[in-house]
Structures are given as structure tokens and as C-alpha cells.
Write a protein that binds this ligand. Structure first.
Ligand SMILES: Nc1ncnc2c1ncn2[C@@H]1O[C@H](COP(=O)(O)OP(=O)(O)O)[C@@H](O)[C@H]1O
Ligand SMILES: [Mg+2]
Length: 480
């Protein structure tokens, strides 16, 4: 019956990922939501701009948006759905004016509300979790009030559960749809989401990010050119709560609009692109703190003030960095893995993937994995990003239980950065090299000096030997 409806009333191609996704969704959805879900999908499929996969995943609320966003980066939905899934960054529905008003009244006293909230309520934006409203306080003229819907946690729990059943169902329909990254992605979202929606925690992350970005700004090469990168301050006058906190409102447009704006000169775009990429990479390679969500919606650019604002550090993660120059740390594993991919060195890819694993001593069929990796390398037309993705898929398929900090944290985050087009692919590689090199230089001069010198060139046999012995002895206590 549902198959019939879909084939009669939608233009989904039979057995396309789009159609399978919709069918799988309708299979797992609760009975009482089925009619609603079906009519939504049928309706949205009438509009040419809608994509069935995106419609189906949108029904998973915040989880669906996150799934689409990361899935797009990891190119998990096939080329025919790529563009639609990329646009998922603008997907979230903001709360309605009524909901905003009710929520503010609930969380602030009436006098506070009247004194603090500027009318009419103006929504500044909404991307995945928050609805951001402009307010006015006595001390700060323009504040961004970050609001969260009540009951989000429960919705998220229900949707996570639904998403897992959905993925199992996808596998049932099609082998092609059983991308080995699907389930790990949902698990990674599950690990992350509850800390991301905890606003009291986010306030801490805002403060941490601010301190780090200020340091980067202070030592930056763009400071002298009059450019500033900074994180807006938390406004303490409104006590941070589970569902509400306040940040100084900044002017400017999202990087997405900025880079699309034809009136902005190209050299300015290049400058801003460099600032964004270098700031993000220095956070990781100099400070050991990384935010994997540095996409185009999480920067606000003010051309007049020459200011780049870093917003939304909700996923900020500590990368277990060690300041000790002789200690191995996860950033080195990450850098060596990326280098091995670039060098197409199958042995080292496997070696460093195992270091990125959750458990030690996982048994995998190495011969088989090596063969399949070699096969991937033999298709010459893959971009370096596509190559990384294919390799990750293969490694997940082989059974390596990756620590999500690496895969859905750092590797995904690097793909977000390189894939957002802040700088050219070539330039991105150069900047990566510079920043990784500076990390190597800071590490033990004896061992890392060799690596730093060799980085970017082919490694000599000697340095390979040294560096292979290194991680074994160091990672046990430091890597995670
Ligand atoms: N401090 C701010 N000043 C002005 N606008 C902001 C500020 N913070 C967020 N916004 C707007 O709200 C949108 C969503 O904010 P963000 O913190 O990224 O929320 P989400 O967690 O939903 O992604 C941003 O893209 C931006 O347009
Ligand atoms: Mg955001």
C-alpha cells in the first residue's frame, strides 16, 4: 500500500537511496505518526526543490539535521543527494514567536523580562539546536539570547532510537545503503548531543574557546593588518540556565553569505578564509582543543569592523594533547595517519588506525584490508578527501572500533574545514603542513625534529624506524 502510494504520488526513482530512505523511515515510524509522516513526504515530494532523503531525515528533528550535516560531509548518501544534504545546514526550524515569548517569560521574571527583552522579538538565527533572539539589557545594548525548546532531550532520545532502527531497516532494503559509517555516526551523535544541548556546559565552552582564540589572535600575523578573530563574550547579567544563556550580539553575516557576496573583493575573502582556517587548525595543533563544527554557519563576518566572530563552540573537544615535548599525543597520531593516506602507505595507515581505535589488540584480517586499501588507491581519480572517506569506510568495515574523537571529531572536522571552501584545496594543504610542522617542532627535538624536517618529503628509512617505535611506548597512557 505504501509502496503503491510512493510510486503513484512521488517522483522518487525506484530503489534510489531517496526512495529506500523514505520506505525505511515509514517502516520504523510509530503508527500514530505514520499518516502525518506520509503526508509530509508526499507533500514535500510535490515540490521540485525537495529531496525525499532530506524530507525523511528531517522528520528525525535535531538528530536528522545532524545526521544530514555530517552525512553530507562524509558523502554518505550518494552523489544524487549530495547537494540536497549539504543544504541541511540551514534546515532547523526556529521556535515560533509565541514559543519564544513563552519560554523567555518562563525563564525570566516578569520584571526582568520587561526590563531586558526588546520588543518586537527579532530572531537572529537558528541552525540546529538553538533559536537565537535579539535582546537589549541595561548593561549591554545588544545581546543574543540563546533559547532551547523544552523537552528537547526526550525528543532526541526518541529520535535516536528511531534513527537506529531506521539504519537497520536501510540495510534490509539495500546493500548499497548499508554504508558502514551510518551506525557509528548515530552513535557518535549520541555520545555528543547531550553535552551539546546542555547550555550550562556550552557557556563553559564559550569561555574556553574565547581564551584560546584570544591567544591565537594575539600572536597572529593578521593582527597587524587590522583584522580580529574573537569569540563573543558571555553576558553574565542573565544567569546561564539549562534552556537559556546570553552572549554579546555581534554584527555581521554568516560566512556562508559573506563568501557568496559578489560585492566583497576577492582578496578580502581570501584573508578571511585564511583567518578561519588558521584559527581552527591552531586551536587543534597548538592548543589541543578542537571544534569539528567550523562550518560556514558558525562564523559571523563584520567587514566594516574587520572582525571575524567565532560562534557556537557546542562541540568543542579536548584532544588529549600533552604539553610535554617528549610525550606522544593524539594529535601526532592524527597527523601521521593523514600523512600515511597522502603517501598511500598502507602499512602505516593500518598502524595509525589501530592507534585510533577504542580498544587495543583488535583482530582484523590485515591481508584483506591491505588488499582493499590498495584497490582504493588504484582508482586515481579520487580527490584527497574522497580518498580519506573511502579509506575510513573500509577501515570501519574491517571492524576497527574507532575512537569517535578521531573520526567524527578530528577527521570530520578537518573535512568540514577543507570542504567549506574557505581557501583553495591547495592552500588548505599548505596551511595544514605549516601547522602540523609547528607541532612536530614543539615536540621532542630529537625525534620530532627528524619528522619535522622530513614532513612533506618522503620519509627516510631511518626516521620511519624511529617514529614507528615512538607511539608504541607513549600512547598507552596518553592517547585517550
Ligand atoms: N552572538 C551572536 N550575535 C548575532 N547572531 C548570532 C549570535 N550567535 C548566533 N547568532 C545567529 O544564530 C544562528 C544560530 O546560532 P548557533 O549558535 O550557531 O546555533 P545552533 O546551535 O543552532 O547552530 C547563527 O548562525 C547566527 O545567525
Ligand atoms: Mg551553529
Amino acid at each position: 500500500m505504501i509502496s503503491h502510494l510512493l510510486s503513484t504520488y512521488t517522483s522518487f526513482k525506484k530503489d534510489s537511496f531517496e526512495e529506500i530512505a523514505v520506505r525505511a523511515y515509514l517502516d520504523v515510524v510509530e503508527e500514530h505518526s505514520l499518516a502525518l509522516a506520509l503526508s509530509y513526504i508526499l507533500l514535500s515530494s510535490q515540490s521540485k526543490s525537495e529531496n525525499g532523503l532530506v524530507s525523511a531525515l528531517s522528520l528525525f528533528g535535531t538528530i536528522g539535521v545532524k545526521f544530514l550535516q555530517t552525512g553530507a560531509i562524509l558523502k554518505m548518501f550518494g552523489s544524487e543527494n549530495q547537494e540536497a544534504s549539504e543544504n541541511a545546514y540551514d534546515r532547523a526550524n526556529p521556535m515560533s514567536k509565541y514559543e519564544i515569548e513563552q519560554s523567555l517569560k518562563k525563564h525570566l521574571s516578569e520584571t526582568e523580562y520587561n526590563a531586558k527583552i526588546k520588543e518586537p522579538i527579532k530572531v537572529l538565527g537558528s541552525a540546529s539546536v538553538k533559536t537565537v533572539t535579539l535582546g537589549e539589557l541595561k548593561s549591554v545594548k545588544r545581546v543574543a539570547l540563546m533559547l532551547k525548546r523544552d523537552n528537547v532531550e526526550n525528543q532526541i532520545r526518541t529520535n535516536l532510537d528511531l534513527a537506529k532502527r531506521f539504519i537497520e531497516r536501510l540495510k534490509h532494503y539495500s546493500v548499497r545503503a548499508s554504508n558502514p559509517l551510518l551506525m557509528p555516526l548515530v552513535e557518535a551523535i549520541e555520545e555528543q548531543i547531550f553535552s551539546e544541548i546542555d547550555f550550562v556546559l556550552e557557556v563553559e565552552k564559550y569561555k574556553q574557546a574565547k581564551a584560546i582564540v584570544d591567544q591565537i589572535q594575539e600572536r597572529s600575523e593578521w593582527k597587524n593588518l587590522g583584522w580580529t578573530v574573537r569569540v563573543p563574550s558571555i553576558v553574565d547579567e542573565i544567569q546561564p540556565q539549562e534552556n537559556l544563556f546570553a552572549v554579546e550580539a555581534v554584527e555581521g553575516v554568516t560566512a556562508k553569505s559573506f563568501f557568496k557576496d559578489p560585492s566583497v573583493p576577492n582578496e578580502v575573502k581570501e584573508k578571511v578564509g585564511e583567518i578561519i582556517v588558521k584559527t581552527s587548525l591552531r586551536m587543534l595543533f597548538h592548543q589541543g582543543v578542537f571544534d569539528p563544527e567550523r562550518h560556514l554557519g558558525n562564523w559571523l563576518i563584520d567587514l566594516k569592523k574587520k572582525e571575524v566572530a567565532f560562534i557556537d563552540p557546542g562541540q568543542l573537544m579536548n584532544f588529549g594533547a600533552s604539553k610535554k615535548p617528549w610525550a606522544w599525543d593524539p594529535r601526532l597520531t592524527l597527523a601521521r595517519f593523514l600523512y600515511a593516506v597522502q603517501e598511500r602507505n598502507v602499512e602505516e595507515i593500518l598502524y595509525y588506525s589501530k592507534l585510533m581505535g577504542k580498544e587495543k589488540g583488535i583482530k582484523i584480517n590485515e591481508g584483506e584490508v591491505k588488499n582493499r586499501l590498495a584497490q582504493i588507491f588504484s582508482s586515481t581519480d579520487l580527490s584527497s578527501e574522497d580518498l580519506q572517506i573511502k579509506i575510513l569506510e573500509e577501515l570501519y568495515r574491517s571492524g576497527i572500533q574507532f575512537n569517535h574523537l578521531f573520526t567524527f571529531g578530528a577527521l570530520k572536522g578537518l573535512m568540514v574545514l577543507s570542504g567549506s571552501g574557505y581557501v583553495s584545496q591547495e592552500r588548505f594543504k599548505e596551511i595544514m603542513k605549516e601547522e602540523v610542522k609547528s607541532l612536530f617542532v614543539k615536540k621532542s627535538p630529537l625525534v620530532m625534529g627528524v619528522l619535522a624536517k622530513e614532513f612533506g618529503k618522503k620519509l627516510s628509512m631511518k626516521s620511519k624506524k624511529i617514529e614507528k617505535e615512538k607511539p608504541k611506548s607513549r600512547t598507552r597512557s596518553k592517547a585517550r
